[in-house]
Design a protein. Structure first.
Length: 211
């Protein structure tokens, strides 16, 4: 557990009072065939300041490790938002959502479920509203080291673009500063032609196998 925590301490940037990150532990259908897409299991925690990184990660890891459904354990992937999130922007959006639900109830609609889920709504809005930093993530689903280096060399030509490379279970997450994405589209090697570039992605931290 130490490595992901130390990584987060070096990676996360809190440049304003409103910057924060969202941690997620997700168990997906592709790893557990008995889970449907609508039943994917997800735990989320908000890292509000550097001092809370270790505590928040321990919480999310404990939830993933100890979760049971009908006595069965499930594998989990743990991620963090690539970019920090803006708590003020998210709160303003949630305020509007609350107002809209109150207005609907005044007209006779039952919005009780929406109010009970407002905590989840806030985290969802956090993940949509970037904070003070902006990075791209290339999800490279291939383990070929030579190919990875050729890709990075092409992207980084003429500028300090690369931030970090983090190995995933099946490849690499490459985090960069914004760049001309045509560099990717023009990079067509026969080994691998699909380069998902996510501008608001989730960075891999750990796989919890839970055998």
């Amino acid at each position: 557990m130490t490595e992901p925590i130390e990584f987060l301490k070096s990676y996360c940037e809190f440049n304003t009072l409103y910057d924060c990150y969202v941690l997620l532990a997700v168990s997906r259908k592709k790893d557990s065939p008995d889970i449907t897409n609508s039943q994917e299991i997800c735990f989320r925690e908000v890292i509000r300041k550097p001092e809370s990184i270790e505590n928040k990660y321990n919480i999310i890891k404990t939830l993933a490790t100890n979760y049971r459904k009908n006595g069965k354990k499930y594998p989990f992937y743990i991620y963090v938002t690539v970019n920090n999130c803006d708590a003020r922007k998210a709160s303003m959006k949630v305020g509007q959502i609350i107002f809209d639900n109150l207005y609907a109830e005044v007209k006779g609609e039952d919005r009780s479920i929406n109010f009970k889920r407002m905590g989840d709504t806030f985290i969802s809005e956090l993940m949509k509203n970037k904070g003070s930093t902006r990075y791209f993530m290339i999800d490279l689903d291939i383990k070929n080291q030579e190919f990875k280096q050729r890709l990075i060399s092409d992207i980084c030509t003429g500028g300090d673009i690369l931030k970090i490379i983090r190995e995933t279970r099946h490849g690499f997450h490459i985090i960069t500063r914004p760049f001309n994405t045509m560099k990717i589209h023009n990079f067509l090697y026969k080994e691998f032609k699909d380069f998902p570039i996510n501008k608001n992605g989730l960075l891999f931290l750990e796989y919890v196998k839970n055998d």
